[in-house]
Design a protein around this ligand. Structure first.
Ligand code: ADP
Ligand code: MG
Length: 262
């Protein structure tokens, strides 16, 4: 039984504070949903936890049990049991999925075992075996990329997975297969999940234990599974600040791109 513990996490990008003190705990076998409007910092949260370069962490802590992840390079965070399914998976020409998984799997795993898991996982989520030998994500559709991320998760068996809008790009049937696979991982391998999404449809097969509203760089409210369906109906208006740019400020033209001769 492990815990992913995020405490007072603050981070900036290009001098602008995006994460303004995030507190969140995910336990083994549990699913914590993080739902919020566009631009609120959800992907930033996932990137900062995983250690993507370009972000300045200005405070707080992210731990798996007593291991401080913020002090580690990304590959060691992965070794500590963290997995990120990216909102926009990266295309890596020249590296086949199979090579990536063989290299990522811990050295104690037998290469034949990894190959076997890879084929089994592909079948479980309806991912074509031809993709295993193709360059990673290159020319894949949005939905295929998301299945690809899920396959990696299934093969690598992390302790905690962050799913950044795993549902985007997936059609209904693919979404069902992928989210059912992740639900099984929470039961079979006690996977803990931090699931970022806008839509409660991700939670038809994958059952959240807690639902967090994320807006303006922090968690604003926490509730049970019912909150996910409520949010889909009511939207996030309550938590969204009026955009300052909507009020033209003195000295700036209303629309700098307007046709001056119109
Ligand atoms: P969400 O995933 O909730 O839609 P993001 O975390 O992608 O939000 O973005 C939050 C804010 O941070 C946005 O205003 C976005 O423009 C800004 N941002 C994120 N990454 C960068 C970056 N690398 N450079 C500049 N601004 C960024
Ligand atoms: Mg995002």
């Amino acid at each position: 039984m492990s815990e992913l513990i995020i405490e007072g996490l603050r981070a900036s990008v290009e001098g602008q504070e995006i994460l303004k003190g995030v507190d969140l705990v995910v336990k083994s076998g549990e699913v914590a949903a993080v739902m919020g409007p566009n631009g609120s910092g959800k992907s930033t949260l996932s990137h900062v936890i995983a250690g993507r370069p370009g972000y300045e962490v200005t405070g707080g802590s992210v731990r798996i049990d007593d291991v401080e992840l913020l002090a580690l390079p990304t590959w060691q965070r992965a070794q500590a049991g963290l997995f990120l399914a990216m909102q926009y998976p990266t295309e890596v020409p020249g590296v086949a999925l199979r090579d990536l998984l063989q290299a990522s799997a811990s050295t104690s795993d037998d290469p034949d075992e990894i190959d076997a898991r890879m084929r089994e996982e592909a079948e479980r989520i309806g991912f074509g075996a031809q993709f295993l030998e193709r360059p990673l994500n290159v020319d894949l559709s949005g939905g295929e990329k998301k299945r690809n991320e899920t396959l990696q998760l299934g093969v690598l068996r992390p302790k905690f997975a962050i799913l950044d809008e795993l549902d985007s790009g997936l059609d209904v049937d693919a979404l069902r297969m992928v989210s059912a696979r992740i639900e099984q991982a929470t039961e079979e391998d006690s996977l803990g999940v931090l699931a970022i999404t806008h839509y409660s449809r991700l939670f038809e097969e994958l059952s959240p234990d807690t639902v967090h509203v994320f807006a303006d760089g922090r968690i604003q409210e926490t509730g049970g599974p019912k909150l996910a369906t409520e949010l889909e109906e009511t939207g996030y208006e309550r938590w969204v600040q009026p955009v300052a740019a909507a009020q033209p400020s003195a000295g700036l033209p209303d629309d700098p791109f307007a046709d001056p001769f119109a």
